[in-house]
Structures are given as C-alpha cells and as structure tokens.
Write a protein that binds this ligand. Structure first.
Ligand SMILES: Cc1cc2nc3c(=O)[nH]c(=O)nc-3n(C[C@H](O)[C@H](O)[C@H](O)COP(=O)(O)O)c2cc1C
Length: 344
C-alpha cells in the first residue's frame, strides 16, 4: 500500500493523492499519461470552448483514446461547463460530457481506465443523472464554499477547492486557497482536493493538514520533461516568472490568471475601447491562447499560469516527481508528528 493511501486514492483507483488537472484548450495527453503511469491521476483537457460541438467531441475522443494507448492506469477528463445568456448549458459542453460518457460505455478496457469526469466553471446539475448512471466518479471544481455544498447536495463524489491564485480561469470572487480549503473541508463530507498553488511535498502535506484528501495542480505540470506538446518558450516563461508577474484578465468565460505581457495590455485596451464584438473578442482570446502554446509567442499570446510559478524553477520528470512529492509529504507529516510534544 502506498504512503498516502486514503479514501480519495481508493475512490480514484490511484496510488498517490496527486492529480494533474485539465489545461484546455491545450493538449495534455502526454502529461496526463505520465501522471497516471506515475501513480497519480492524469486528466485529458478539453480541446476548446469555441469549437463546433461535433468537432470538439471527436477531438476529445481522440485525446481519450490517445491517453488510453499511452498508459493502462486510470485517468480523468475535464469538461468546463459554460452557459448561454438564458442559462442553458453550451452545446459544446454538453457534447463533451456526452463524449466522455459514450467513450466509457464503448469499450470495457476504456471503462476501467476512464474513471473520472471533472467538471468546472458552471455546475452541470441537469447532467447529474447521466454522469452518475455512467459509473463515472464525478469531481467538480469550485471556488466558493456555497458551491461546494451545492455540488455535494447534487451527489458529486469529490470536490476540488481551487483558490484564486490558481492558473487559468479563476473565480469571480477572490478567495485564496489557504482560506477556501479549510472552509470547504468543514462544509462537506465528500473528499476535498486542494488546488491553486500546490507544487511539492510541502504543499501536499499542508493540504492534508487543512483537511483535504489530496492536491490537484496545473502549472507545476507544464514545466516537465514529459510536456512535449507545448512550445519550450511557454515553459521558459513559467520558470522565469516571479511574484507579481501575473495578472487577472478577462478570459473566455470569466476572469483568467495569465502572465503579464503585451497581449494582456492589448486585451485590456480592446475591452475598454469596445473594439471588437463579443464573438470577435472570444475568437481573439482563443487564438492568442493557442499562439503562446503552439508557436511560443509568449508576448503576443496569452500565457495562463498560476502564481505558483514564482516558486517553480526547474523542469522535472513526472515519473520521479509524483512519487517524490508523495514521499516528501509523508516524511514531513511523520517528522511533525514525531516533533509534536504533547502539551502539559
Ligand atoms: C494553462 C492552463 C490552462 C487551464 N485550463 C483549464 C481548463 O481547461 N479547465 C479547467 O477546469 N481549468 C483549467 N485550468 C486550471 C487548472 O485546471 C487548475 O485548476 C489550476 O492550474 C490549479 O492551480 P495551479 O496552476 O496553481 O496549479 C488551466 C490552468 C492553466 C495553467
């Protein structure tokens, strides 16, 4: 049995309570497979929120099949749930959820591996019967305690509590990880996963001390040898970033944390001056995101990353990083337990 086995690892079918989260619209197939193979839980990312639903669903299925061909361990798929102005779930989000359910039902080998659906952004309440009927473990990411309660009431199996310092789309109301996670662990009884700012064994030990059952990370996994899908300039930017080098800019569906650069200034100006229609603006953001990751235009493109990049200074190999992180956390917890003198 692994060092940090608990009810979360049992539910997810993994060795360590360490999760790589979705980082769409980018491809994370290699990262996801490496994290799962190393004993954590890797996540397939959604290929974009502005895709035609059937095109997006086909692409997502290709990524699922790709990850299944790279590892025989369990993995997750992330689907951000957007809603239109009438409150209806966006067709692309619906197509992604259905694609995950269909993939799992299509093949017994895939059913064993495709174990988890992680939803984020909005809550897909109307899809709960479909998700639970499919046998998927449903994790939902929240940035507020009220949303964690709502998710638990609706039957979600695991809550990811993600603090405002997280990379990518963050929350409208800024509640940081250190405040949010203990609030959420007090409010719900399902396992809670800390997200936003985690990067090593110390942060995993801290998550467990706050009552969480594990950690989930995005930014840390970009700077890895296994990340062959992204332009090296993106990783370089993350390694070089210090405290204060990030900004919260208008994202595709809400505020998003990115690294400060010329593209952020340009975006702020375009928004202030109403230069583009909402559709044109969304297309510009989508293209700016892809420019940074695919061709390494880290000045003219948008570079989502968490504040944690100020503490990330080296590229790691996932096969070593994941078990080392778990072992480091276990050693810290052991040392602290040994050092604690009972009060007299
Ligand atoms: C490049 C990038 C892209 C992201 N895309 C998504 C996404 O498609 N869906 C989602 O739920 N979260 C997305 N996120 C947020 C991550 O899933 C995760 O919650 C976050 O990175 C955790 O904080 P950390 O960056 O401090 O580890 C993204 C984050 C980054 C850095």
């Amino acid at each position: 049995m692994s060092v940090l086995a608990n009810r979360l690892t049992e539910l997810l079918g993994v060795e360590y309570p360490i999760i790589q989260e979705g980082m769409g619209p980018y491809q994370t197939d290699q990262i996801a497979a490496a994290v799962s193979a190393a004993g954590g839980l890797g996540t397939v990312s959604m290929p974009g929120m502005t895709k035609e639903p059937e095109v997006g669903a086909r692409l997502l299925r290709e990524h699922i099949d790709n990850v299944a061909s790279l590892t025989d361990r369990p993995f997750a798929v992330n689907v951000p749930v957007g809603r239109d102005s009438t409150g209806k779930v966006l067709p692309v989000s619906e197509a992604y959820i259905q694609a995950v359910v269909d993939a799992r039902a299509s093949d017994p080998a895939l059913e064993r591996q495709l174990r988890v659906l992680t939803t984020s952004a909005g809550f897909p309440g109307e899809f709960r019967p479909l998700i639970s009927g499919s046998g998927l473990v449903h994790m939902h990411k929240v940035g507020a305690t009220a949303h964690a309660r709502k998710a638990e009431l609706a039957g979600v199996d695991v809550v990811i509590a993600s603090g405002y310092e997280m990379g990518g789309h963050t929350h409208a109301k800024p509640v940081h990880t250190f405040v949010l996670v203990p609030n959420v662990t007090e409010a719900v009884s399902v396992p809670v996963v800390l997200s936003g700012g985690a990067r090593d064994g110390r942060t995993l030990a801290a998550a467990l001390a706050l009552g969480a059952s594990g950690v989930a990370m995005g930014t840390r996994f970009i700077a890895t040898e296994d990340n062959t899908d992204w332009h090296p300039a993106y990783t370089e930017r993350i390694l070089a970033a210090g405290e204060g080098d990030d900004a919260v800019a208008p994202g595709v569906y809400g505020p998003a944390r990115v690294l400060r650069n010329a593209a952020v200034d340009r975006l702020q100006r375009m928004v202030e001056n109403d230069e583009l229609s909402p559709d044109e603006l969304t297309r510009w953001k989508d293209e700016a995101l892809i420019r940074a990751q695919s061709v390494g235009d880290v000045d003219g493109g948008l570079v989502p990353a968490g504040q944690v990049c100020s503490g990330i200074s080296e590229v790691v190999r996932i096969a070593e990083f994941v078990p080392n992180m778990a072992n480091e956390a276990a050693a810290i917890l052991r040392d602290l337990a040994g050092a604690a003198e009972p009060a007299r």
